[in-house]
Design a protein around this ligand. Sequence first.
Ligand code: GLY
Length: 355
Amino acid sequence: MTRRELILSSAALSAAAAAAQSNGSGKTVSIASGNGINATARAVEMMKAGADTLDAVIAGVNINEDDPDEHGVGLGGLPNEEGVVELDASVMHGPTRRCGAVASIQRIKNPSKVAKLVMQETDHVMMAGAGALKLAKAFGFAEDELLTEKSRLAWMVWKKSLRDASGHNNWTDGLDAPVKASAQLKKMFPDVDEKTLAWAWQMAVHPIAGTINCLGLNAKGEISGVTTTSGLAWKIAGRVGDSPIIGAGLYVDQEVGGAGSTGRGEENIRISGGHTIVENMRRGMSPTEACLDACKRVARNYDNDNTRLKAIGITFYALRKDGVYGSANLWKGGQFAVNDGKGPSRLENCAYLLG
Ligand code: GLY
């Protein structure tokens, strides 16, 4: 063995010993929902540079929150039925076993950072609405108008698409048939290009529950997670989904691992998905099995009636403390983002319950 090889192998042994001492697997891994390619890349880059796992995953999802073209998270998120963007987020820090959350916060584009503020600067766990905004402002957060022109357009198209039992809508001139064809939309919004109109129509008739969940594990075995969202598009003002609910949209136990969810929050709340998955892993299920079990619980709440379940989209994600990870979707077809610390982030197929 050359001197150089000896030094390298000693360094590798020291790193392995340090990891073993702290009960870590030596792996740096981040996983996220399918919109988390950039988030997982940033999280891993930061964890490798020595950042705290929670700071790393928050910095990851800030990319999504700051992006005006991501319509399920932060700035540009689709608004509630009154045209107001209301955001939900939660964070959990494995090493200190602390957590924080905000619900229905307006005018602050990074609710994930405010959730950390709740965790770090108060002895509360969850703050909502005006109180959460006051807290953010007290710590110097800037207020922004979160409703972008594109999101406002989608909201307006949605309003114009609604009809009462007699086919009437106050938000049209009263002469039109229900909005369906692109020609009718074009007449209503003559200055908007057809691609944007087609997108707005899709948003109006298939409301999204965007959301990003991101989990991060460092080489020392420390694990943290974050979930952030603008919630269900066109929701009733004040509706809170699963994302800010510790144990539903996010759960981390430093002894076991972390889990989170995206999709229709109401279904996740009813099964406490995040907590259920972590407890499943504690009892020996693999991350994928644990996520599939959560899907089964959602299906069971509908008596496994696929006709009714068709309307529900929901995905679960899990990262175990040894770096093994998995994800499951209720329906076939979902993907999730992975960065295993060995190169660029990639999308992997989710396991699924129903084909
Ligand atoms: N999962 C996000 C929401 O339902 O609000």
